[in-house]
Each structure stands twice: as structure tokens, then as C-alpha cells.
Design a protein around this ligand. Structure first.
Ligand code: NDP
Length: 499
């Protein structure tokens, strides 16, 4: 049955009848799951107004008390985990185990962020003058805009909102138009936790009206955006014009380097998980495998054998390794890249086609695909965001690192080796926000910073970990002079120094 969902503004679900609606569908079956209102500029205004109205009280709510509400969200999400995980799988197409992982990440981060309410450390530093205290405190920036993609439809909204809320910032959240139902279930958990009205707001609708509207709204004091590079650039420009803080988590072209001493089985387990988990639609997905020439043939043989054995099918069913890609646009884009590979003369090693008929009939299923590619080819350079892995041959360690770094992105990276020298050099040499050793490019833990460099992360912000607070706070430096007289920093020190 199709659900009729609404907007969440000022602590209330509303379902305005005068709005156009859009559908969200199951990419495995084509079934319509729900319809949502296309938000308008007025809806954005109402949401920002509610957030502004809630700011003063929310920022003055003691952070440990804010943390209690976050813990309550974690508890509610745990209770609803199975239902939300199934929604993730039905709305976005990742297999159920991954749907559960998506929700678990949200639970983990809310638990972690709740603890920040009792930390949120500043510094106390010595003064150069007697009887004077110097310290720093974090200040919430005000109402913030959160704009998210569809590939982690619960975890990414949770990472952003958990950090913003504990910092004391009310949120105006715009989810991807492909996964509004997951977003609505997530916001429903926030609603059930009992945040004061206006602290949490969600407006669904198009990127150009609602997304842009949030970024450009004068009441929004920071924006946290995850999505593609082109959209990110636009958001960055708008935020710069408004002179507000912006956090950007954009695309990736992540590589695993396989050195000649790598454990082949361990490597292949990691490569299959990294490349074809979530049908390759993770920002950290392994989309390049750079293999030392001495290992190349053995790796390619094993890779092809394992890729051909992957079971593609109904993502809700036990035993399925890979579900559909998330949408008709995703399907078109991935198939276009497969065509690019063929036209540019890359060697197709496995897969390379859309799956049709039977269980695949109404869905967007694509075979897990492997190409042997040269480093400057498009498949080796551009983010595909689908189940397509490019294998590249490297002469030695230096060559492998040079190939890994020769892309515009810098999110995740990995090296498989048993030689400590390569492992430690790779930590220093790979241009990426994350480096794994003997593990695939995916697998972030919430208590550590997450983000990239180069075009992946031009703002150098980090989600998760204690660094998540930086997106939503500014530092205030406080001087308390308890000497009872006018003391002049620098000047008085100079006089003292001069005798
Ligand atoms: P998009 O950039 O297309 O969309 C992301 C969000 O931006 C959506 O909510 C979208 O709304 C909104 N949006 C679209 N246009 C505008 C606009 N003009 N102003 C403001 N917001 C706008 O990305 P996808 O949703 O397709 O996600 C895939 C991309 O996300 C990939 O490139 C992937 O690498 C990246 N990603 C990066 C991650 C990271 O942490 N580095 C993590 C996950 C994904 P609507 O849906 O309505 O169009």
C-alpha cells in the first residue's frame, strides 16, 4: 500500500494538500512505496523560522541534557531497527544486512554524540599576565541546513543531525528525493524522542528549490552537504557568497593497492566487499584495484572467478550478495560507463550487462563488472558509483602510489601487504582522508573522523568523531582578568621583559 507522507516543521507532521507530490519507488520491483509533497520556498521559510525560534532555548539547554535526548533517539532506533532497515532495503536496494548496518551506524553515532554532551572540551591555557584566566568554548552557529544523498539514507542524516543537535543547533533537513521514506522514519524517531518544537525540521522536495532554498536562506548559518562534486561545487559557491560555514563530503575514486606479498584470500575478500557491497554505491567503494605486476595474473583469475559467482537478486532475500542499483538514473549512468569502457578499448573481464527477465524484470539490476584499465582512461579516473571495478597493473610500490594519487578525488584508500615498510609508507604517501591497511576502502567507525581531501573534501571538514562538532560550532576565546587593575597584554609583558 502506498503511504502518504508529509513535511516535519515546528514539531508537527504536516501534509499540505496544495503541493505537488512525488513518488518514491522500490528499485528492485518498481513498486511505489510512498508519496511526498514537493516542498516550496514557503515551506523552507517556515522550517527556518521554526528553527530560528527554537535556537535560543536549545543552545541554552545544558549539553548533557541534549545528550539524553540523543540517547533516547538511539534507543528508539534500536527498537525500530528491523522496520527501518527493511525500508532502507526497499527504498534504496542495498541488501538487508547492509540496511541493518545503515541503521546501526545511526544508533552508534547517536550514542557517541550523546557522550559529546559531557565532553565538548575546550582549552584552558596560561595567560602571559598574572591573575588572568584564558579559555576557549564552543559556540553553536545557529540553525543549520543538512542536505543528504540516498546511498546511506539513515546513517548520513544521523551523522549530520547528531552532531548539529548536540552542538546546540536546530536543523532544517532536506533528504534525497530517492529516499524520503527512510528520512521520514528517521525523523519520526527524533519526534518520538521529544525534541522541543522547531529543533528538528524536514522539508522534502527538489534540490533546486528546497536544497538551494536552504543554502541561500539568510537564517541558515551553516550547511552540511553530502553528494556529488557538481552539486557540491554549487553549494560551496552559494555558501561562500553568503559567507557561512559549509561542510562538503563529495565523491570518491578509491583504490586498493595489492602488493606482491599480500595474502591473496584476505585481499580478495576485501576487494569483493569493497567493490560490490551496496552495488558499488558507497562514497568509499573500492572502484580501483591496483595490483603489483608479480601478483597481477593470480589476482585477476581469482577476481573473475569470484565476481562470476556473486548472487544478484532480491535484496530482501537471504543469500543475495548484491541488489539493484538505486534508480533508473543510476542504471543509465552505470551502463553508460560500461559502454565508455568498451569504446575506449578497456578489457572487459567479467559482467558488463543489465540483468533482464524473471526476478530482474522490473528492477535496475546490473551484473558485477570488472575491466582491466590503463590509468589515464575514464574508467580509472571518474566516479562511476556502481558495481564496476577497474583493475590496473603497477610496476612497484612507487608506481602503485602514483597511480592511486593520480585522480581528482581523495576519500578512502587501502594497501594489502605484510611488509611494515610499505604499510607505514602508504599511510604517509596516499592522498586520501582515510587509509586502511589489510582491509578494504569501506568500514568507517563512528568514533573517528570521516572525510576526504582534494575534490572529495575541499572544506577539509570531517564528519563523525569529535571533529564532527567543528562543522556546527565556532570557537570563542574568553579572557577573565581577576587582577583588579587594567593589565595590557603584550605591552605589559614588554615592559616586564625590559625591566
Ligand atoms: P547529488 O549531488 O545529486 O544530491 C545530493 C543531495 O543534494 C540531494 O539531497 C539532492 O536533492 C540535493 N541537491 C541537488 N541539487 C541541489 C542544489 N542545487 N542545491 C542544494 N542541494 C541540491 O548526489 P546523489 O544523491 O546522487 O549521491 C551520490 C553522490 O554522493 C556520489 O557522488 C557520492 O560519491 C556522494 N557521496 C559522498 C559521500 C562522502 O561522504 N564523501 C557519502 C555518500 C555519497 P535531490 O535528491 O532532490 O536531487
Amino acid at each position: 500500500m502506498t503511504q502518504e507522507a508529509g513535511l516535519y516543521i515546528g514539531g508537527k507532521w504536516t501534509n499540505p494538500r496544495d503541493r505537488k507530490r512525488f513518488e518514491t519507488t522500490n528499485p528492485a520491483t518498481g513498486q511505489v512505496l510512498a508519496t511526498f509533497p514537493m516542498g516550496t520556498a514557503e515551506d523552507v521559510n517556515a522550517a527556518v523560522k521554526a528553527a530560528k525560534g527554537a535556537f535560543e532555548k536549545w543552545r541554552k539547554t545544558p549539553a548533557p541534557r541534549r545528550g539524553e535526548l540523543l540517547l533516547e533517539v538511539a534507543r528508539i532506533l534500536k527498537e525500530r531497527k528491523e522496520d527501518i532497515a527493511r525500508t532502507v532495503t526497499m527504498e534504496m536496494g542495498k541488501i538487508l544486512a547492509e540496511g541493518r548496518g545503515d541503521v546501526q551506524e545511526a544508533i552508534d553515532f547517536f550514542q557517541y554524540a550523546a557522550g559529546e554532551g559531557r565532553r565538548m572540551f575546550g582549552e584552558t591555557v596560561p595567560s602571559e599576565l598574572p591573575n588572568k584566566a584564558c579559555l576557549t568554548i564552543r559556540m553553536p552557529v545557529g540553525p543549520v541546513g543538512l542536505i543528504t544523498p540516498w546511498n546511506f539514507p539513515v546513517a548520513i542524516p544521523a551523522w549530520k543531525s547528531g552532531a548539529a543537535l548536540i552542538a546546540g543547533c536546530p536543523i532544517v533537513f532536506k533528504p534525497s528525493s530517492l529516499t524520503p521514506l527512510c528520512a521520514a522514519k528517521f525523523v519520526d524517531a527524533l519526534d518520538a524522542a521529544g525534541f522541543p518544537p522547531g529543533v528538528v525540521n524536514m522539508v522534502t522536495g527538489s534540490g533546486s528549490v528546497v536544497g538551494d532554498g536552504i543554502v541561500q536562506h539568510p537564517g541558515i548559518r551553516a550547511v552540511s552537504f553530502t553528494g556529488g562534486v557538481d552539486t557540491g561545487r554549487h553549494v560551496y559557491e552559494s555558501a561562500a557568497r553568503k559567507m557561512i560555514k559549509v561542510g562538503l563530503e563529495l565523491g570518491g575514486k578509491n583504490a586498493i593497492i595489492a602488493m606482491d606479498d599480500a595474502d591473496l584470500d584476505l585481499l580478495m575478500d576485501g576487494v569483493m566487499f569493497g567493490a560490490f557491497g551496496t552495488a558499488g554505491q558507497r562514497c568509499t567503494a573500492t572502484s580501483r584495484l591496483i595490483v603489483h605486476q608479480k601478483m597481477y595474473d593470480a589476482v585477476v583469475d581469482e577476481l573473475v572467478a569470484r565476481t562470476e559467482k556473486l548472487r544478484v537478486g532480491d535484496p530482501l532475500e537471504d543469500g543475495t550478495d548484491m541488489g539493484p542499483v538505486a534508480s533508473p538514473d543510476q542504471e543509465r549512468k552505470v551502463l553508460e560507463y560500461i559502454e565508455v569502457g568498451r569504446k575506449e578499448g578497456d578489457t572487459l573481464l567479467a559482467g558488463g550487462a543489465k540483468l533482464k527477465g524473471g526476478v530482474y524484470g522490473k528492477g535496475h539490476f546490473i551484473q558485477p563488472t570488472v575491466f582491466a584499465v590503463d590509468p589515464r582512461k575514464r574508467l580509472a579516473q571518474e566516479e562511476i558509483f556502481g558495481p564496476v571495478l577497474s583493475v590496473l597493473r603497477a610496476k612497484d610500490y612507487e608506481d602503485a602510489v602514483a597511480i592511486a594519487n593520480d585522480v581528482k578525488y581523495g576519500l578512502s584508500s587501502s594497501i594489502y601487504t605484510n611488509d611494515l615498510r610499505w604499510a607505514f609508507r602508504a599511510m604517509q604517501d596516499l592522498e586520501a582522508g582515510i587509509t586502511y591497511v589489510n582491509a578494504p576502502t569501506i568500514g568507517a567507525e563512528v568514533q573517528l573522523p570521516f572525510g576526504g581531501t582534494k575534490e572529495t573534501g575541499p572544506t577539509d571538514t570531517r564528519e563523525a568523531g569529535s571533529t564532527a562538532l567543528d562543522e556546527f560550532t565556532y570557537w570563542k576565546t574568553v579572557y577573565v582578568d581577576y587582577s583588579g587593575r587594567l593589565q595590557r597584554a603584550q605591552i605589559d609583558t614588554a615592559r616586564l621583559a625590559g625591566g
